[in-house]
Design a protein around this ligand. Structure first.
Ligand SMILES: Cc1cc2nc3c(=O)[nH]c(=O)nc-3n(C[C@H](O)[C@H](O)[C@H](O)COP(=O)(O)OP(=O)(O)OC[C@H]3O[C@@H](n4cnc5c(N)ncnc54)[C@H](O)[C@@H]3O)c2cc1C
Length: 574
């Protein structure tokens, strides 16, 4: 039904009259967060994701559960809610958080002393929020102290500031939310795109969705009393699937890229400024370093967002001014995502609000349809709570949110990785990574290894990832391809770019799914080609030529066309 004024009597379809109470579209952090909260409050939930969980912004962010001191000057509410929710996320998923201390250098200039004093005062204000997220207060540092902490820092320093933030693996956060939702009864369909949102002719109320499984082409319908559009930067397109004008769920899509390097080059994250005076950073993140990020209005295809060599050069140039050795460091891949920022015309990208908003499309003649717009990884739980409160109101549910005090899967207790390593006689680093990704659920993988000791073998040496974890990702975490396993475990994202592990991973995935070995080999090669493409833009001309040659050889071997490398969803064997 096309958009129009709501009839006075328009009401959402009553609960119980449909297959599920609520359909959530999009398995980023907001969609998985809502699916979890709604399932926890007793609603019947279905979650649809066109690609894989964390395929969009949630798996391609800077991975910080931070307060964002930058927002303090123009959006203090965002700093407050992010810090508060960061505290909650730490409580429910303590295994997933890691500390990222920051240094902000100030170069000597006529105004440097004043700048440093102003920054000192500014960070005193930020310190007020630090207890909400268990952060340490800032410190004002002399040039000698800055160099002692990071010897690679260069430039004529006046001094600097240190402050404290937290990092997280966004894909693991989505996985944990999705698993919890599923274990509480949510039906989850990955690799399945919603093609239309159906509404009643008379009242405009939503009645359900039509969907297509992109792996086998199968189509279907599911009815629901409410539909949540949690598709991030895709939100306007999704709203249009329900006959609404795209402006009803408007975002200002902002592309951001990162470059990953093969090791931790620094112990501290270091803030720097780009040529156009934007704030960028180098950050130690898991086993590697990343530099980021850009923020540019994006008008391209949201399913094919890639970093360009120009964007890489822009970041390297800015970071090299404070950390010159970045120019000789080894880039191993790039990644890109699109922020679903709230729409505003005439503002520079950096100045856009990071606030979030629940839109009730009853006001646009579509009762039961809601869009989640904007937000941050750091405040996803609160955003999901607000969305689910709205659903609870629609369904007259008197159940309050409990996601802030109910542990995510694996977050219920701390497991000692060293004890795990000695019990299983595995490498302590492998045990540490296992516990990082799975928390107490690492013990489920331990059980697998007890039953089948050969699964203790290392499949990916760079991260590292054990064979048992790959099998667990397929059996328990809905991974269906090498790319999916990589998203859940970081397999193939280290220095070798998958060269040493993709083939074995493909073999294991094929075995677990009961597919012929050829399918495993093909998905491994597709993974390698995709990885090489993200790397090529960050390489020098000679290396890039070699990568191009390697890609061409892999393609020829596989008979891979441009189209099936681009496709994120592995086709089912026919
Ligand atoms: C470069 C960058 C850096 C960032 N850094 C940070 C940070 O450090 N800290 C922080 O707090 N925030 C950060 N953010 C913001 C944060 O990542 C996003 O606000 C958040 O991840 C948005 O989550 P989402 O679930 O709304 O969208 P997404 O994660 O983009 O998920 C939307 C999903 O919808 C799916 N979808 C689309 N259409 C359909 C359809 N028709 N049917 C089924 N599925 C569909 C897509 O495949 C996608 O998986 C960053 C963002 C970017 C881009």
């Amino acid at each position: 039904m096309p958009e129009g004024a709501p009839p006075p009597s328009s009401r959402p379809t009553p609960r119980g009259a449909a297959e599920v109470d609520v359909i959530v579209i999009g398995a980023g952090v907001n969609g998985t967060g809502v699916a979890r909260d709604a399932a926890m409050r007793g609603l019947k939930v279905a979650l649809f994701e066109r690609n894989d969980l964390a395929f969009g912004a949630s798996g391609n962010s800077s991975g910080m559960i931070h307060g964002g001191p930058r927002y303090l000057s123009y959006d203090p509410a965002v700093t407050e809610t992010s810090c508060r929710d960061s505290g909650h996320i730490q409580a429910i998923a303590p295994h997933l958080l890691f500390r990222i201390p920051f240094l902000m250098p100030v170069m000597r200039s006529a105004r440097a002393k004043v700048m440093l004093t102003l920054m000192d005062a500014f960070f005193q204000a930020y310190d007020e929020y630090q207890p909400l997220k268990r952060g340490k207060p800032h410190a004002r540092l002399t040039p000698d102290e800055m160099h002692a902490l990071e010897p690679g820092l260069r430039g004529d320093l006046e001094g600097g500031i240190s402050f404290d933030e937290w990092g997280i693996d966004g894909a693991r956060l989505c996985t944990a939310n999705l698993l919890d939702a599923r274990e509480r009864g949510a039906k989850v369909r990955l690799g399945t795109t919603v093609e239309s949102i159906d509404r009643r002719e008379d009242t405009g109320a939503v009645v359900g969705v039509r969907f297509r499984d992109l792996r086998n082409g199968a189509t279907g319908r599911m009815t629901a009393s409410a539909i949540v559009n949690a598709t991030g930067a895709w939100a306007p397109i999704t709203a249009a699937l329900g006959g609404l004008e795209t402006k009803r769920a408007r975002v200002r899509p902002g592309k951001g890229i990162h470059v990953a390097f093969d090791r931790r080059l620094t112990n501290y994250a270091i803030a720097a400024t780009s040529i156009d005076n934007r704030q960028i950073f180098i950050e130690p993140w898991q086993n590697m370093s990343i530099i980021g990020t850009t923020d540019d209005d994006y008008y391209g295809d949201l399913d094919r967002v890639v970093a360009t060599s120009e964007e890489v050069r822009y970041l390297v140039q800015g970071i090299a001014r404070v950390f010159p050795s970045i120019r000789s460091a080894r880039a191993i891949h790039t990644y890109a995502g699109v922020r679903p920022t709230l729409f505003a015309y005439g503002k520079l990208e950096d100045a856009l609000s990071r606030e979030h908003q629940v839109i009730d499309h009853a006001a646009h003649g579509a009762p039961g349809l809601y869009s989640m717009i904007g937000g941050k990884l750091a405040s996803y739980r609160l955003f999901a709570e607000e969305m689910t409160d709205t659903l609870a109101k629609q369904f007259r549910l008197g159940v309050a949110c409990a996601t802030h005090r109910t542990a995510l899967p694996g977050g219920d207790r701390i497991v000692d990785p060293f004890a795990l390593a000695s019990r299983l006689e595995i490498d302590a680093v492998a045990a540490r990574r296992l516990v990082y990704r799975h928390g107490s659920r690492a013990e489920r993988i331990e059980e697998r290894i007890r039953d089948r000791p050969r699964e203790a073998s290392v499949t990916c040496a760079c991260e590292p990832v054990l064979e048992a974890e790959v099998r667990y990702a397929v059996k328990e975490e809905m991974a269906r391809s090498v790319d999916d396993v990589s998203r859940r475990t970081r397999l193939g994202l280290g220095a070798c770019g998958g060269m040493r592990c993709a083939a074995r991973c493909g073999q294991i995935v094929a075995e677990e799914r009961g597919l012929p070995p050829r399918f495993g080999r093909e998905m491994a090669l597709r993974f390698l080609v995709r990885r090489a493409r993200t790397r090529a833009v960050a390489l020098g001309p000679e290396q890039a030529r070699q990568e191009a040659l390697a890609i061409a050889v892999a393609r020829a071997e596989l008979g891979v066309t441009e189209a099936n490398v681009e496709s994120q969803t592995e086709s089912e064997p026919r």
